[in-house]
Structure formats: C-alpha cells, structure tokens
Design a protein around this ligand. Sequence first.
Ligand code: NAD
Ligand code: UD1
Length: 312
Amino acid sequence: MGKVLVTGGAGFIGSHLVESLLEEGREVVVFDDFSTGKMENLPENSRLTVLKGNVGEKERVVNLFDSFKFDTVFHLAAVASVAKSVENPEETHRTNFDGTMYLLDCCLKFFVSRFIFASSAAVYGDLPGLPKKEDDPVKPQTPYAVDKYASERYVLNAFNLYGLKTSALRFFNVFGPRQDPFSPYSGVVSIFVDRVLRFLNGENVEITIFGDGKQTRDFIYVKDVVKALLLVEKSEAAYGKVFNTGTGKETSLLDLLKYIENIAGKIPPVKFAPARKGDIKHSCADISNLKKIGFSPSFTVQEGLKLLFECE
Ligand code: NAD
Ligand code: UD1
C-alpha cells in the first residue's frame, strides 16, 4: 500500500489529520513550508516523514512525487489568512491556486488514487440564505475565497474529465487545540480562549466583541473535521463532490462566551467595538450531503470547548 501525503500537515487542522492517519496504521508524508505550521505540532512516529517544501514550486512538487508512491493526497496547505491574501494576492495565489494545480497534475501523472481538498465556507461570501447548501450561489469576495473556489472547481472537474477520484470539503469555523491565537484575524475561539487563560494567569487583558455579539457561526471541533475528511476519503459516493463541513448548528458569540465562562469559571472584561468591515452576520452549514455518507458530528461546541481547555 502506498503512502498518504498531507500538504500543510504541520498546521492546525493538518496535524490533527496526521495523528488520526497514524492511528489508522498508515504511512504518512507531511509536506509543509512551515510558514505557519510547526514541527512541535507533529508526533514522533516511525511511519511519519516530514519534509520542508513549498507547494507553489512546481519542480519541488514533481520531485516529491518522484520520491514517494502516494495512494492518497490530502491537500490542506494554504495561506489560511484571508487578511494576508488581501495584502498580498499574487504571492498567496501561488500557494492557494498554483499549488493545487501542480498537485493535481502530479496526481494524474503518478497515478494517485484519491485527492481530497480543503476548501472554505468563504466561497459563499455574504449572500443571504441559511443554512448554506453546496449548490447555493457563491460569491467569493477575497483573493483567498477566489483561489479556494477556483481550486475546488479544478479539483472536482478532474474527476469528470480525467477520472481522478477527487473530493472537496468546505470547512466552516474550525476550532480546537493548536489553532494559533496570535493574529487579530485568528479564529475567534482561539482568541477568546487565549485571553481567558491569560486572565486566569493574572494578566490584565480584555475580550473584544466586534458588533453586538449576536452574529452566529457554525463552529466545528477540529476532530470532527478530521472525521469528515477520513469519511469522505473512504466514500465512493463522494467522488467529484464537495461537502459542507460544519455541525449544522449556529452559535452566537454571546453564547460562545457564556459556554467559555461556564468552563473557565470567570472571563476577562468584555469590550464591544464596531463590527468589522465586511463581517458576515450569520453563517451555518447544511450538512445533509455529509450526513448521507455517514457523518454526524461527535462534539457539540460546549464539548469541544471543554476538550480545548483540558489541552491548554
Ligand atoms: P494553518 O495555517 O495552521 O495550516 C496551513 C498549513 O499550510 C501550515 O502548516 C503552513 O505552514 C502550510 N503552508 C502554507 N503555505 C504553504 C506552501 N506554500 N507550501 C507548503 N505548505 C504551506 O491553517 P489551518 O486552519 O490548519 O488550515 C488548513 C486548511 O484548511 C487550509 O487550506 C485552510 O485554508 C483551510 N480552512 C481552514 C479553516 C479554519 O477555520 N481553520 C476554515 C476553512 C478552510
Ligand atoms: C471566517 C474565516 C475567514 C473567512 C470567513 C468567511 C477564520 C479564522 N476566519 O471568518 O478567513 O473569510 O470565515 O466566511 O476561520 N470576532 C470578535 N472578536 C475577536 C475576533 C473575532 O468579535 O477578537 C468576531 C468577528 O468579527 C466575527 C466572528 O467573531 O464576527 C468570527 O470571527 P472569525 O473567527 O475571524 O471567523 P469569520 O469571521 O467567520
């Protein structure tokens, strides 16, 4: 049996996927440029090979496929920060779009059986209508979202055009251990939890809510994202298809904070600031398609938060 390639495997979601793949007994190769990924996110394991490299460098990608025989590719490497893509569209495009093209091309040339792509709920933009279904209209409003949408289409078309068994997952708001809280555009859960932990350590910090706190998101615990990735990989019904990956439930920021307070006992002072420009008021996934192939989330937001606090 060939190996599994995880691009972006040293990152937040990728490292959890790698853990589960190793638990399944598989041979895993991580390919990551360590721009945001970290070596310490990854376990020591004789079945794990970690390589430093950039998916946006075609020769390097071809080299990689020359050196290993892959059965399955999970393509998670990306500049995951929308803000960075807005600041630097050309450079992020090289990773977020060109990288996908190079990997797809290699999968065809080197007869890889399965290709799974990490897309994003960002493709829906701010169009009204919830919960979002996969065939709802899209409105990718940032370089990040455009690259995700274009990549996703190339990935799915590769099944119909060339018979490569591809699938894509549109992740909603993922949270869990190892998510980086240090950018102002980091996931809100990681920021809030970081502030609470610092507050409990006696630091003088506060939590900022942009807007009235009634905005909602479909927060999904990272282990459930991994569950979805592995389920999709193993499902023939998933070939050539895209799947919303959320829980199907909306949680407001005010409720999120309440849940955090219940777990932590106390939270720092909360400050309200004007809503962020372009902020989406509500977001929620329709996950019927993922359910049809056997998915149900194992963790509620509260359960995920509890586990996150236990890890910190
Ligand atoms: P992350 O930044 O922790 O992971 C991305 C990984 O890709 C990092 O390890 C980084 O070093 C690596 N990488 C970046 N550019 C690279 C390049 N040119 N070559 C090789 N490796 C490169 O972010 P994450 O949250 O774990 O995101 C994983 C994937 O999920 C990304 O594709 C992201 O767009 C997507 N996604 C995440 C969320 C979320 O809520 N976190 C939501 C939607 C989609
Ligand atoms: C998420 C993505 C973003 C993408 C968007 C598309 C993440 C981290 N971000 O943004 O890349 O463009 O989906 O749908 O996955 N907030 C606060 N205080 C804070 C931080 C955030 O109130 O300190 C608010 C934000 O204004 C927002 C909500 O919390 O209303 C969620 O923010 P965030 O975690 O950044 O996710 P999205 O805005 O959904």
